[in-house]
Design a protein around this ligand. Structure first.
Ligand SMILES: N[C@@H](CCC(=O)N[C@@H](CS)C(=O)NCC(=O)O)C(=O)O
Length: 196
């Protein structure tokens, strides 16, 4: 069986989520560094990540994670909380982060809305993590793999750090996640530069 290739960049949160799933499931893969909008034959929308494996080409991290779940043995990682992370935090804090990093030209009013949404939903995750070790219960799921790469950027931006500082259970979970071999193995060697 040909080795699975992940086309993306280590600092990309979606790329990291897919890499984390491979590590957690024990799937061997090769990382192919690719900037957004340079992977046209693999993803007509130009977004990273995309994967190639045994004649299959897939883009969209959720579709990729479902494929990994079907095609490989290992712990079952799929979960409804993954959609909740994607639907709430990814749509808010990732966009806020991208705006602050200068990747997205977001009007100030929209950026404030993304920040307010982040402040609204982080306490929901915090309550959940106060009841359970991981987002969906007592074992790791894809939801944790979506949340972690994004949450790991919070300390880099004062406004997001201020929200995280009020979320002790998220921080307990984040520290536990940071100690996992998969997280250590996918630590990006460079990060976007954020102006103060
Ligand atoms: N829904 C996509 C989102 C992927 C995504 O937004 N990737 C970013 C990098 S983290 C990207 O390629 N952005 C370039 C663009 O939007 O043109 C997924 O889950 O894979």
């Amino acid at each position: 069986m040909a080795v699975l290739k992940i086309h993306g960049l280590p600092p990309s949160t979606f790329t990291r989520t897919v890499r984390l799933a491979c590590h957690e499931k024990g799937i061997e893969y090769e990382m192919v560094d690719a900037m957004p909008n340079t992977i046209d034959p693999l993803n007509p929308f130009g977004k990273i990540p995309a994967i190639t494996h045994d004649g299959v080409t897939l883009f969209e991290s959720i579709a990729i994670l479902r494929y990994l779940e079907r095609a490989f043995p290992g712990p079952k990682l799929w979960d409804q909380w993954a959609s909740a992370v994607a639907d709430s935090l990814v749509n808010a804090s990732l966009r806020y982060f991208a705006a602050r990093a200068g990747f997205l030209p977001v009007p100030a009013e929209m950026a404030q809305k993304y920040l307010a949404k982040t402040a609204e939903v982080v306490p929901i995750f915090d309550r959940q993590l106060g009841k359970h070790r991981f987002l969906a219960g007592d074992s790791l799921t894809v939801a944790d793999l979506y949340l972690y790469p994004l949450y790991a950027y919070f300390p880099d931006i004062a406004e997001l750090k201020a929200i995280a500082d009020r979320a002790p259970n998220c921080n307990r979970w984040s520290a536990e996640m940071a100690a996992r071999p998969s997280v250590k193995a996918t630590e990006p060697s460079f990060k976007p530069q954020i102006a103060a």
